[in-house]
Design a protein. Structure first.
Length: 339
């Protein structure tokens, strides 16, 4: 039996989704997995990107052997069902690593369509226990494991921080537009004892309440951010409201693993996360941050956070960061596949 994967074209890796996928490809390759497609490409031209991925998809069935185990990263757009069927025709088994569920944020599939599509695999690796439970509740009959958190490869190291003094500085990296993350424009009204350092595109400072509480740093590439992030904790929050993560993007936090969580950990920043988020259990169990019900309470929570408590979280974060840099979680999830 060979462990195999299918490489494809990725239109750049600055986006979180592609970064997670190329990291997993690299981890598999370094652990002896065989690429049954063509080499990974990064064409940004749509025609070249389409042809490069299609060529790999068409090659894969001829490269597979009976008894092989093929890891597919989902979604694979229109090719997923075809590749699964061809793999089965060749006598191979398919392990599906979920990155995104189309029936959530983008609503490109109904829940039923998504479950039927995923069921073409023989084993599914979900993000976490919450996503695993959701898949089973929605009728998935295929065995489901879990990743826990996305690994994050980077040659860059977080710079050592000196002694941290209050007031704390909170980092938020990602989409900063009013349309996607309305909460950023309201949270300033509740902030009195700390400030936000914002990394990303599209922040309109003039529209934010408590604007003196924000420092807008602009877009910084993730590798550079690991070494240069200015702040003491990283915030994982999405949606319209300070009181809960709402809207399609916010609700999705109940089931997915936001890649920015892994980025913060690689920056060696303890995490602040919504207590209803799927990753809240991971943060709590590993002692790497704070879970809050509402951002309205964050001011008092940080006021009460002692330097000793913060130092413990920092030490725990450094341990998890080392794991993420070594591909620990995807290697563990793949080792637990029983086929």
């Amino acid at each position: 039996m060979r462990n195999c994967y299918l490489s494809r074209n990725y239109k750049g890796v600055d986006g979180a989704g592609n970064k997670a996928k190329t990291d997993i490809e690299r981890i598999m390759a370094e652990n002896g997995f065989v690429n049954v497609g063509f080499r990974q490409t990064r064409y940004t031209n749509s025609v070249l990107a389409f042809l490069a991925t299609l060529a790999g998809v068409l090659k894969a069935p001829f490269s597979l052997r009976k008894g092989d185990r093929l890891v597919l990263q989902y979604p694979l757009k229109k090719y997923f069902t075809f590749v699964c069927r061809m793999a089965h025709f060749r006598g191979a088994k398919v392990v599906v690593v979920i990155h995104d569920l189309g029936s959530f944020r983008r609503k490109k599939l109904t829940v039923g369509q998504e479950i039927r599509r995923l069921s073409h695999g023989d084993y599914i690796i979900a993000h976490n226990e919450s996503m695993k439970r959701w898949l089973i509740e929605k009728g998935c009959q295929v065995p489901v494991g879990e990743l826990e958190i996305f690994d994050y490869l980077s040659e860059t190291k977080a710079l050592p921080h000196g002694i941290v003094h209050k007031p704390y500085e909170v980092v938020y990296a990602g989409a900063l537009s009013l349309r996607k993350n309305t909460f950023l424009y309201e949270v300033g009204a509740y902030v009195h004892s700390f400030r936000f350092n914002l990394y990303g595109n599209g922040f309109e400072l003039d529209k934010a309440q408590g604007k003196t509480r924000f420092v807008y740093k602009g877009f910084v590439r993730s590798d550079d951010l690991i070494a240069t992030a200015q702040g003491d904790l990283g915030l994982v929050w999405d949606g319209f409201s300070v009181d809960a993560c709402t809207g399609d993007f916010g609700e999705y936090l109940k089931y997915n693993n936001p890649h920015k969580t892994s980025l913060y950990i690689r920056c060696e920043l303890p995490v602040i996360i919504w207590d209803q988020a799927a990753l809240a259990a991971f943060v709590r169990n590993n002692g790497i941050g704070i879970c809050v019900a509402s951002l309205a309470e964050l001011d008092s929570v940080l006021e009460g956070l002692t330097s000793e408590q913060y130092a413990v979280m920092k030490r725990n974060v450094a341990v998890i960061s080392e794991r993420l840099s070594a591909g620990y979680y995807i290697r563990k999830a793949l080792s637990e596949v029983k086929l």
